[in-house]
Design a binder for this molecule. Structure first.
Ligand SMILES: C[S@@+](CC[C@H](N)C(=O)[O-])C[C@H]1O[C@@H](n2cnc3c(N)ncnc32)[C@H](O)[C@@H]1O
Length: 189
């Protein structure tokens, strides 16, 4: 899945400007779930940084990275390619409403290579199968209705558990295995 040529091309695009849309608009249920985790969070494809800001405001360690500079940033976002980022071991890699195509799968490949503890996908039911591709069966839906658009959270554990001991077994939403719906092409983030 890792393609050195693609990575080289992306390097030339890091820091270029890209639009002003914000996709994931977190509800308190999102923060409630995230505060059950006990590891630094990397918000990959952070866009304007609104989700990173929400996590930091909730007292969590979080940083946002994005390849493109948002036209109206609300929080500091580091310019970097998420498919080639040196994720610290044991961190949580989070993708909120990622770009479609191979992006999410390439980030997950890199996260696995870097031995992160967990990957979170925050998005819409209609996109999850396309975005996560072959990784989907390894994810478990752990929370629903965490954003204004009706987003849910899917989680893949890779390393040791990082739930806070005092708040185990996530207070938010439904936990059930992801339903494999028909793969749709061309859906929006
Ligand atoms: C659909 S937007 C979502 C932004 C934000 N997470 C939100 O919910 O508002 C996807 C973001 O992924 C970023 N992105 C795309 N490819 C990337 C890459 N290889 N590395 C880092 N960010 C990337 C885009 O620049 C864009 O900001």
């Amino acid at each position: 899945m890792r393609n050195e040529f693609e990575i080289e091309i992306r390097r030339g695009l890091i820091g270029t400007e890209l639009g002003s849309c914000q996709f994931f608009d977190p509800l308190p249920e999102f923060t409630k779930y995230m505060t059950t985790l006990d590891a630094p969070i990397i918000d990959v494809g952070a866009g304007a940084g609104q989700v990173t800001e929400c996590l930091v405001d909730a007292g969590l360690k979080a940083v946002g990275i994005d390849m493109h500079r948002h036209m109206r940033p609300v929080y500091h976002v580091q310019m970097a390619d998420g498919t080639d980022f040196p994720y610290p071991e044991d961190c949580v890699v989070m993708l909120c409403r990622p770009c479609h195509g191979a992006f999410a799968e390439q980030v997950i490949d890199q996260a696995i290579a870097r031995k992160v503890s967990m990957v979170l996908y925050v998005g819409l039911e209609r996109n999850v199968e396309d975005d996560l591709g072959d990784f989907l069966p390894r994810f478990k839906k752990v929370a629903i209705a965490v954003g204004l658009g009706g987003e849910a959270i899917w989680r893949m554990d890779l390393g040791k558990a990082h739930n806070r001991k005092d708040r185990r077994n996530h207070a938010v939403g439904v936990a059930g295995s992801s339903k494999r719906a028909s793969r749709k092409a061309g859906a929006h983030a």
